[in-house]
Ligand binder design. Structure first.
Ligand code: SF4
Length: 339
């Protein structure tokens, strides 16, 4: 998958409702004049993606338009159409914190869905009842796929959000038995932990959850769910070693790029590439090229050079984690939780 940042602003920053926003600090470093990716910039990105084999391959799997809040980009429908010329699989991630069906933001999402784009959401309990729930019903009427992200601060928070999702699908007019079954099984498992061991560590949580499916299908409707722990940031805007729900243990990231495989590439709005789901808060130093500044050949050549630096850095991280230097940044500039 290629994850492309298309917008810096997000109304939720202003309301300060996201206790730990992991994109605010890195995105706010962009000058206000550059907050919206333009169709012209999107065209340059699209042309370059076609020329770099590894990027084109990832794009055929999926291009995910994100931000900030992608629906706040006034040109998002044109940008969507440009990326649709690269791949049929373009989706857009939204906070769905939208006041009504009359808003421009909602109309943009409808336009995108009508042209075959998929809209995915992150659940926000503070605006769920009033804003997200009615519009999610409309989304499900307009598209036959949905991916829901649940970002959780604690086991109790996760239990609450899964409960909202299970209740939502229970109340739908249309039947989604398999989706409901999946959500109920997630909810039951997490409820047990919330009642019996809400402060468990990550190993207990992972073992308890087991190998649960993330996707299911009800008729022609495909549903996916992603449970993502929230993170705090240090004063330099870098992700913390441990996640908020599991503060006792370092939350490690296994770097597949260091092993020579690129499964996901994030494209920042300034064109910078990172071969993982970095939103700018991982601060990984090795350079994987820039879609605006580098030729396709330069980008391809940079991959191997940077892979070797990461390989060296994660070797040092592993040694530090075994000793008493966990969390130490080394000269390679690899986040200390990457292994
Ligand atoms: S080492 Fe860099 S590229 Fe690899 S997972 Fe960590 S931040 Fe991402």
């Amino acid at each position: 998958m290629l994850s492309i940042f298309v917008e810096v602003s997000c109304g939720r920053y202003l309301k300060d409702e996201c206790t730990f926003c992991h994109v605010y600090e890195p995105l706010m470093q962009m000058p206000k004049s550059d907050w919206h990716l333009t169709p012209e910039q999107a065209q340059i990105m699209a042309d370059k993606i076609r020329q770099v084999e590894v990027l084109n391959t990832l794009a055929q799997h999926e291009i995910n338009l994100t931000g900030g809040e992608a629906s706040q980009n006034p040109d998002i429908v044109d940008i969507f159409k440009i990326f649709k010329t690269v791949t049929p699989n373009v989706c857009l991630h939204t906070n769905l914190d939208i006041k009504s069906e009359e808003t421009k933001r909602w109309q943009r999402l409808v336009d995108i869905m009508k042209q075959g784009g998929r809209i995915d959401i992150t659940v926000y309990p503070t605006v769920w009842e009033e804003r997200q729930k009615p519009l999610l019903r409309e989304i499900i009427a307009l598209q036959n796929k949905l991916m829901i992200n649940i970002v959780f601060e604690s086991i109790t928070d996760l239990e609450k959000q899964l409960g909202l999702m299970a209740a939502f699908f229970e109340q739908m007019d249309r039947n989604f038995p398999e989706v409901l079954e999946l959500l109920r099984s997630y909810h039951e498992k997490v409820r047990y932990l919330a009642e019996n061991n809400p402060d468990c560590d990550e190993a207990i949580y992972t073992t308890h959850m087991g190998n649960m499916d993330s996707f299911t299908r009800s008729g022609d409707f495909i549903f996916g769910i992603n449970l993502l722990p929230a993170f705090g940031m240090d004063e330099q805007g870098r992700r913390a070693m441990a996640s908020n729900p599991f503060p006792k243990n370092p939350y490690l990231l296994e770097c597949v790029a260091a092993r020579g495989s690129i499964e996901i590439m994030t494209v920042q709005q300034n064109g910078n590439l990172t071969p993982c789901c970095d939103v700018g808060n991982l601060k990984c130093l090795p350079n994987f090229g820039n879609l605006f500044e580098n030729t396709a050949a330069e980008i391809e050549a940079q991959f191997e050079t940077s892979r070797r630096i990461i390989e060296a850095g994660i070797g040092k991280n592993r040694a530090n984690l075994k000793g008493d230097q966990a969390g130490q940044w080394m000269e390679e500039g690899i986040p200390p939780y990457c292994v």
